[in-house]
Design a protein around this ligand. Structure first.
Ligand code: TYD
Length: 148
C-alpha cells in the first residue's frame, strides 16, 4: 500500500464534533501501539528516519504540523491540521515531522511494538536498501530534507 491520506468518519454536532477509528476497518494494519508527540518547542523536528517493517498512521489531533515523506524517489510534504485525517505511511519511507504549531498534538498509530532494530537512521543506508544510488556528497548525518 502506498502513502495515503485517510479520511476518518466525522459526526458533526453543534455540541462539538466527533471522529472515531475502528481497528480492522479504518486502518490498513493491526494497531499494536499508540504514541503521541506533544510540547514540541518551536522550530524543532521529530522523526527523520525510516522503518524496515513498521507501517503507521499519523494524525494531527490538535494544532498542525508538516509530515515530509521520501520514498527514495520523490519527496512529498503533507500539512496536517484536521483531526479527522490520518496520513498512512508504508514501511521503507523516510519521514520527518516539522513545523509544529504551539500546543499541537501528534498521534501515531503503529503496526508494531517499539523496536530499535526496525529503525533506519542513516539516509544512505535507506537509499541502498531500496537499491537506489547513494549520494556520496551527503555527509552521513546530513538531512535530506534540508534541500526542499
Ligand atoms: P524516536 O522514535 O527516536 O523519536 P524521534 O524519531 O521523534 O526522535 O523516540 C525517541 C525516544 O523514545 C527513543 O529513545 C525511543 C523512545 N521510544 C520508546 O521507548 N517507545 C516508543 O514507542 C517510541 C516511539 C519511542
Amino acid at each position: 500500500m502506498k502513502l495515503e491520506l485517510i479520511n476518518f468518519p466525522k459526526i458533526d454536532d453543534d455540541r462539538g464534533n466527533l471522529t472515531f477509528i475502528e481497528g480492522g476497518k479504518h486502518i490498513p494494519f493491526n494497531i499494536q501501539r499508540l504514541y503521541w508527540i506533544y510540547d514540541v518547542p518551536g522550530g524543532h523536528t521529530r522523526g527523520g528516519h525510516a522503518y524496515r517493517e513498521l507501517e503507521e498512521v499519523i494524525i494531527a489531533l490538535s494544532g498542525s504540523f508538516d509530515v515530509v515523506v521520501d520514498n527514495g524517489t520523490e519527496t512529498v510534504k503533507y500539512s496536517l491540521n484536521r483531526s479527522y485525517y490520518g496520513l498512512y505511511i508504508p514501511k521503507m519511507a523516510w519521514r520527518q515531522l516539522e513545523n509544529f504549531s504551539t500546543n499541537s498534538l501528534c498521534l501515531i498509530l503503529a503496526s508494531l511494538p517499539y523496536s530499535e532494530e526496525d529503525y533506519i537512521l542513516e539516509y544512505n543506508e535507506f537509499k541502498s536498501l531500496l537499491g537506489k544510488p547513494v549520494d556520496n556528497d551527503r555527509g552521513l548525518f546530513t538531512h535530506p530534507f534540508s534541500e526542499i
